[in-house]
Design a protein around this ligand. Sequence first.
Ligand code: HAM
Length: 419
Amino acid sequence: MIPRVKGTQDFIDCTLFNFVIDSVKKHLSLYHFTEIQTPILEPVDLFVRSLGTHTDVVSKEMFLIEQRQESSENRICLRPEGTAPTVRAFNEHHIQTTPWKVFACGPMFRYERPQKGRFRQFHQVTMEIIGSGSISEDVQLITMLDRYFHETLKISNYALVLNFLGCSQDREKYLVTLRKFLDKPGVTENICDQCRERKQHNIMRIFDCKTPECQEIYRTAPHIADHLCSECAQEWKDLQNQLALLSVSHVYRPTLVRGLDYYNKTVFEFVSKDLGAQNTFCGGGRYNQLVKDLGGSQDKAAVGAAFGMERLLLLLEPLRDKLTIPHLPALHMIIPMSAQQHTLALLLADELRAHGLATDIIFEGSMKSMMRKAGSVGAAYAIIIGETEQANRTVMLKNMMAGTEQAVAQVDLVKVLKK
Ligand code: HAM
């Protein structure tokens, strides 16, 4: 047996997966989002320029494609996320009508160490609003997600954590302050090697450090939300007030920076204790510079988010019974008693399906085993055809729930089943 690739997953039962996809599409359309699809293969440079060279995703986790003719310009990879591809598509198709509110569902790839809720191939539903700078757009996006998780999916054990990273000028000033803090005696020499490395290249990521000693030191570090210009400070206040007015509970987490470099202003995550170590099931924020950074002719403010299907499914599995998952249509199982009735079975099945009746045929087995199989797959009716029925142009119709049987003329079968 050749097993599946490490960090990937087979979905043997897609009921819940499809329920999420169908319901989120419906929910997103209520908020005027439309669906797009972008390729799984993208240029490596797209992610280097957007996520940043020193992010974990770009420096360690990219699935690079080995090409027949290697050339530095066209290095390609399996996409690790969906925001940069959406911005690429926005620029490449010269989209003029903004805000462009789009979503996409599909697989993403990151070479991470697999564990509960962490895969190398996973699925995201990603949604982006390009060309809107209003902070109320962030409120609307976050509220949309909160309503979906809470009301449609009935998840209650989660929290929304928020932070505000300010504009680029705020960031520049803040980084000087943060660096000063890290340079203080008693700090630099006591932080871990990884944090020392981050201090050089991606200083705000020090807050993601899991080492207890570093966390203790950073408890007194300056926070960016306390160093905002007046415009950003007002936006940060409006964001929190509007969320509160819409009854979206949230918690300010001053150390939330998110792992990708393109964010500014709003950043947020939906987290749940029920997930264990990988507790974030949705994350997002504002990325006002990305359109320009990826070659757009002008700055377009943007905000977006993505949730991971695998983590959401972990939360949903125990809630299955509470969800309004649509029932499969009733199944009609034709049971020909011997090979002589196979052609008739095929013709009857074709007729039933043409009238919208879900139908299958069991071609092999003893009468007893075929009836048992019909029961085990949940057939509503068994349609038995033996020599006598074939000769009389009838079938024996068995209601599997009630256990009752009746002879029905083949010409009347659709009418009887549709009743
Ligand atoms: P992200 O936080 O890297 O953000 O990923 C979003 C979600 O994808 C996570 O919250 C998690 O549920 C899921 N996820 C990420 N990595 C894995 C993994 N290895 N295995 C399973 N699930 C995973 C982004 O990707 C941004 N593009 C979100 C965004 C959109 N920001 C603005 N617009």
